[in-house]
Design a protein around this ligand. Structure first.
Ligand code: GLA
Length: 497
């Protein structure tokens, strides 16, 4: 036998050890098992493979280190930018102990990986997207949808009892009378597929059909959530390669609304292919034969407002996720919708994301701004708080019938900004019958006087001017209206007829 230096032997043995398909199995309290796959290959200094974790499928770029531990660098293309991930891993007997290195360098909790058969957890290949055609309008939501969604407040903690509780509350606390109709379950309801590939709900939702029946018995409608990719954003089962089957399941359960979230579809398709991918579910919902509102959630990429209606979409998210902070809400509402006004129309709405009103991170003035701005934007009003437990002031905001009437105006024309002077902005929305909603917004840190000249908004001498938060008419004579607006607050007027 030829002499092989000892250090080379050591390197070869080391390399062979980390190479392989590793799986981390994490039982969840909803009865599902979260699997993360590390498919690693190290030949000499050449690293390859992929890491499949939740909604992400990273390509392995580099594996470095020695017997004391490896550093694994991985990345994926997300739209037009690269998302990177770094892991530290060490072999301990037959196991690979792995920690994520966060952006700030701090390690995450340790994961224990075991060897899995080659091919298990392999990422599916992209099915070529269909040719484009126009999906006929489903005729739903001629005014922006109103209801509730579980994500902002509950994230993964939503279950059957919470949804029933929300339906009970909505039906009895004035929300239903105010127009709120859809009770929407967001991510984390999904279980595994059965032997025929039918999607099942997980332990948190023992019987989806019974839940739909219950919600319907309250005169309300039930919504659900999925992804065109293999996994949802929270890592649950998506609808990839099961689009029609899932649409039929939703129809059989009695589902009335689907939020369809791009998430892991990013691993298979480019932004340019998005329209065709969304069209597939638009067709599937139509084929399933039940009227189901189709909500596109892909964070406003690929100019979705230009093609949303073509794929049968009733609403489309215009930005990334909202959070319960003034910076987030005001940035989305004031700054990111400016160019999108022309695209909203009955049945097809820009969606600046769900409401945070009542979640505790903003003041009542800020929540009144949130409600007023969303109404001027003809945005969906999907409450995101716990409806079972609302203070009177939050109820007064969410259930303000006069403000809701602006949102639900039949003309279906989105409002726009007509002036901006520093932190003070005036927004106007044209309403059916010739009236106008006028919002005087103060984004500044101090109270400020804001004046609107009627001539500047195309009014001569309005017959009637009403303050929709004060619930009273205000003097309409003269050429303008002036008011002191609190910091981060709003005066919302209905002007004209
Ligand atoms: C994305 C969406 C959110 C929510 C979560 C659920 O982040 O934009 O609105 O649906 O996924 O995982």
């Amino acid at each position: 036998m030829k002499f092989v230096p000892f250090f080379l032997l050591a390197v070869c043995a080391f390399a062979a050890d980390v190479t392989g398909n590793w799986v981390v199995s994490q039982p969840m309290n909803d009865g599902t098992v979260r699997k993360t796959y590390f498919n690693l290959k190290l030949e000499g200094s050449q690293a390859s493979g992929n890491i499949r974790t939740g909604q992400f499928n990273y390509s392995v770029k580099e594996i470095t280190g020695g017997p004391d531990g490896y550093t694994i660098q991985a990345g994926l293309m997300d739209g037009h930018s690269e998302r990177k991930a770094t892991y530290e891993a060490k072999l301990v007997g037959d196991e690979l102990h792995i920690t994520t290195r966060g952006r700030n360098g701090a390690p995450g909790p340790e994961m224990i990986a075991h060897r899995a058969p080659e091919g298990e957890g392999a990422y599916p290949k992209p099915v070529p997207p269909p040719a484009l055609h126009k999906v006929p309008d489903n005729g739903l939501v001629r005014t922006p949808p109103m209801g509730w969604n579980s994500w902002n407040k509950f994230h993964g903690r939503v279950d059957d009892a919470a949804v029933r509780g929300m339906a009970d509350a909505m039906a009895s606390n004035g929300m239903k009378e105010a127009g709120y109709l859809y009770v929407n379950i967001d991510d984390t309801w999904e279980g595994e597929r059965d032997a025929q590939g039918n999607i099942q709900s997980n332990k948190k939702f023992p019987d989806m059909k019974a839940l739909a029946d219950y919600v319907h018995s309250k005169g309300l409608k039930l919504g659900i959530y999925s992804s065109p990719g293999p996994n949802t954003c929270a890592g649950y089962e998506g609808s990839y390669e099961h689009e029609l089957q899932d649409a039929k399941t939703y129809a059989a359960w009695g589902i009335d609304y689907l939020k369809y979230d791009w998430c892991s579809a990013r691993n298979l398709y480019t932004d340019e292919e998005m329209q065709a991918v969304y069209q597939k579910m638009g067709d599937a919902l139509r084929a399933a034969g039940r009227p189901i509102v189709y909500s596109l959630c892909q964070y406003g990429r690929a100019d979705v407002w230009k093609w949303g209606p073509e794929v049968g979409g009733n609403l489309w998210r215009t930005t990334g996720d909202i959070s319960d902070r003034w910076q987030s809400m005001s940035g989305i509402g004031f700054d990111k919708q400016l160019e999108l006004t022309p695209y909203a129309r009955p049945g097809h709405w820009n969606d600046p994301d769900m409401l945070e009103i009542g979640n505790g991170g903003m003041s009542d003035d800020e929540y009144r701004t949130h409600m007023s701005l969303w109404s001027i934007l003809a945005a969906p009003l999907l409450a995101g708080n716990d409806l079972r437990d609302m203070s009177q002031s939050i109820k007064d905001i969410l259930e303000n019938h006069e403000v809701i009437a602006i949102d639900q105006d039949k003309l279906g024309k989105e409002g726009h900004r007509v002036s901006k002077e520093g932190d003070q902005e005036i927004w106007v929305r044209d309403l059916a019958g010739g009236a106008k909603a006028v919002g005087l917004f103060n984004r500044g840190a101090d109270a400020a006087k804001i004046s609107v000249k009627w001539a500047d908004i195309g009014e001569k001498a309005p017959k009637k001017v009403r303050d929709l938060w004060a619930h009273q008419d205000v003097p309409s004579h003269g050429a303008e209206y002036s008011a002191t607006v609190p910091s981060h607050g709003v005066i919302l007027l209905r002007v004209g007829k």
